[in-house]
Design a protein around this ligand. Sequence first.
Ligand code: PDD
Length: 288
Amino acid sequence: MTMRTVYVNGEYLPENEAKISIFDRGFLMADGVYEVTSVLDGKLIDFDGHAKRLERSLNELDMPHPDVLPDLLEVHRELVRLNGIEEGMIYLQITRGAPGDRDFVFPDPETTKPTVVLFTQNKPGLADSPAAKKGIKVISIEDQRWARRDIKTVQLLFPSMGKMMAKAAGVDDAWMVEDGAVTEGTSNNAYIIKNNTIITRHLGNEILHGITRAAVLRFAREAQMQVEERSFTIAEAQDADEAFITSASTFVMPVVEVDGVAVGNGTPGPVAARLREIYLDESRKVAI
Ligand code: PDD
């Protein structure tokens, strides 16, 4: 892979020259938040949604706002330009900074400034993904994450273990279940479709409030589709007509198997395909 130009604390640097302190609280405590914004046609998809959620994550954790916060659109665009990204993602992470020692107590924001890192991930063919035509298979696993999943923190160990459980089971991803109901996928929101109604878990602290979720539900309602925001079970998913996931990196991705049981006829369904098309078309139109 060619050397990327990344952003770290106000500087654009070759990736092998970018450095973070060993005392950074992101490293020691997972005391950091992040966003992933996709790029299509060299433009940012749903940028405003990601920027708003980032600010909310910072506020929920009492994390000081970095000085660069109002200029993040410019930084994203500059990285897209410097790295020649047509299709791919921008990863952004903000941590509570590096106080110079390890301490559970938050550092004084007057002396410890947040760490801000952004880098690009070049993914040609992201929108025209073969997986979207085939659909993905998922297993269910118990949701063992902390209770504030609405905050987009960098503590991704359990989701990462979930992906490994999926891999060991020979499938693509895992849906997490709590008290008998699906919360979400390891890095995406989960949906089923039954009798033309789109069903996805209601918002709360139990799931991340997906930016793609908000856009897809808005487009679905505009297209006069029925939407129900409520929890559902794995049995309901296995009995559904269709299933799918959404996220910034997968957009709308059909799910064709849950715990070894085919969903519908076991191939991507028409509603998910239509939602993917609407989402991609409409978001490209307003990309910035
Ligand atoms: N993940 N739920 C979880 C647990 C997620 O990690 C994500 C995103 C989503 C979807 O949110 P959005 O539509 O705003 O991307 C839902 C990103 C893509 C990641 O961790 O790479």
